[in-house]
Ligand binder design. Structure first.
Ligand SMILES: C[S@@+](CC[C@H](N)C(=O)[O-])C[C@H]1O[C@@H](n2cnc3c(N)ncnc32)[C@H](O)[C@@H]1O
Length: 172
């Protein structure tokens, strides 16, 4: 019994620790995938990153709907990363890959579009300075549920989804 408890604790620990970085694992509602995809405006050869890709559900949707774009999910929690990778092994998509690592230290300078579902403080204190330092003009950033304070570039708030969750859409 204690062995099982130990295994469960070892699986949950990395998920809990990752939750202290960007956000704990809470998935984006599938009802919002289509409007996220519309706002990303991916083109031929576009590079898309999801910061904190969880089980990979958003990345898979984006990769399927944009076969011409390069989709990369970055996930810190090993169990979540492995779920996404196993799904990719079972049903591979050529334009999709995952990185097991910290999105806060990953170089995003080649990004054309970014999606994240992170907590408001994390976005404003950790992600926004990184976006401003690394992203090139024209890069689109979409944040689910939480907005960026004092953004200077173009911005739009989409409240059109059935889930009532705001999508915050920014352009560098
Ligand atoms: C709110 S969940 C969103 C999951 C997924 N993006 C979705 O919308 O379904 C946040 C995810 O970010 C991951 N995470 C937290 N901190 C991270 C970091 N520094 N780098 C990469 N992933 C991180 C968590 O493990 C979790 O899977």
């Amino acid at each position: 019994m204690s062995v099982y408890l130990f295994i469960i604790a070892m699986l949950l620990l990395p998920i809990g620790l990752a939750g202290l970085s960007l956000a704990p694992w809470v998935p984006t509602s599938r009802a919002d995938f289509a409007r996220i995809n519309t706002h990303l405006k991916l083109k031929n050869g576009s590079v898309f990153y999801e910061l904190g890709s969880g089980d990979g559900r958003v990345c898979r949707y984006i990769a399927k709907h944009n076969p011409q774009a390069n989709v990369v999910g970055i996930e810190l929690a090993l169990p979540m990363y492995l779920i996404a990778v196993i799904q990719q092994k079972i049903s591979p998509l050529k334009n999709l890959s995952y990185v097991h690592g910290n999105a806060l230290t990953y170089n995003l300078s080649d990004a054309d579009a970014i999606y994240t579902y992170a907590l408001i403080n994390t976005i404003n204190e950790k992600l926004t300075p990184k976006f401003l330092k690394e992203l090139t003009p024209g890069t689109r950033v979409i944040s689910y549920q939480f907005g960026i304070k004092n953004w200077q570039g173009k911005q739009q708030v989409d409240r059109s989804g059935k889930s009532n969750t705001c999508l915050y859409v920014y352009e560098v």
